[in-house]
Design a protein around this ligand. Structure first.
Ligand code: NJP
Length: 231
């Protein structure tokens, strides 16, 4: 069965690739997105160690239920990949209040909802790893991405603090700040990212350690465009 992973936003893009890598490494994966059918389609059906569940990360009660169901069924949640997110881009003055709030509902509050639901299941076992997919936009902001960046900067601040609370309780944290990856993100055409293997914390850090300055000068899909830091 391997370790038990729960991945949000696993119907496509980075989440799907991380889920695939974990499956390839022999892990058990609970892959989630707003529709369980979309997850099943993404993996050619539910089989073996892949389990598809519906989870809209903006629904805190649903996150709690998915956490309980996963822990109840598999006895543990070893790794959370808190990945679901999207980018609301454009000249800030053109943003409606609803669009700004929606960006925060998914990227920040959704990510918080899932972490808050999963962390207790890790704490009781004094074991677990929370991988948070932030962005290079959580470190540097650019015109056109002000609102998205604000949501990712907020993730960085929140998770740095939450990680300090979790560490003495045996739960480790990793913040990942990807550069540009050619996924469905920003309406781009989907393309395989390539295998991202994070079977355990040390390897995850090794794999993601290379932060590339001036990421925009690099090719999309370059796995080196991933930064990560232990928080
Ligand atoms: O995006 P995409 P990526 N509840 O659009 C899901 C960050 N990032 O893989 O429900 C639950 O291919 C959606 O599922 P569905 C980025 O900020 C990326 O590129 O079926 N799930 C789908 O599976 C994000 O945090 C780049 O629509 C929800 C997934 O999220 C992460 O990487 C650069 C949801 C999105 O797949 C994955 O993005 C960077 C909800 N409410 C950071 N809303 C990049 N690609 O260049 C959406 O710096 N999803």
């Amino acid at each position: 069965m391997g370790k038990v992973w729960l991945v949000t936003g696993a119907s496509r893009g980075l989440g799907r690739e991380i889920a695939r890598a974990a499956l390839d490494a022999g892990e058990t994966v609970v892959a989630t997105a707003r529709s369980a059918d979309a997850v099943r389609d993404a993996f050619g059906g539910e089989q073996g160690r892949l389990h598809a569940l519906a989870l809209d990360v903006t629904d805190a009660a649903a996150a709690t239920a998915v956490a309980a169901e996963t822990a109840g069924r598999f006895g543990a949640i070893d790794v959370l990949v808190n990945n679901a997110g999207y980018a609301e881009l454009g000249f800030f003055e053109t943003f409606t209040d609803a669009a700004v709030r929606r960006q925060f509902e998914v990227n920040l509050f959704g990510t918080m909802n899932v972490a808050r639901a999963i962390a207790p299941h890790m704490r009781v076992r004094r074991s677990g790893l929370i991988v948070t997919i932030s962005s290079v936009s959580g470190l540097v902001s650019n015109g056109g991405g002000a609102v998205y960046s604000a949501s990712k900067f907020a993730i960085e601040g929140w998770m740095e603090g939450f990680a300090q609370e979790l560490a003495p309780l045996g739960v480790r944290s990793l913040l990942v700040e990807p550069g540009m990856l050619r996924t469905d993100f920003m309406g781009g055409k989907s393309a395989r990212f390539g295998s991202i293997d994070i079977p355990d914390y040390a390897e995850a850090v090794a794999q993601y350690r290379a932060f590339v300055d001036g990421a925009n000068g690099n090719q999309p899909n370059d796995p080196k465009l991933l930064a990560a830091r232990i928080v």
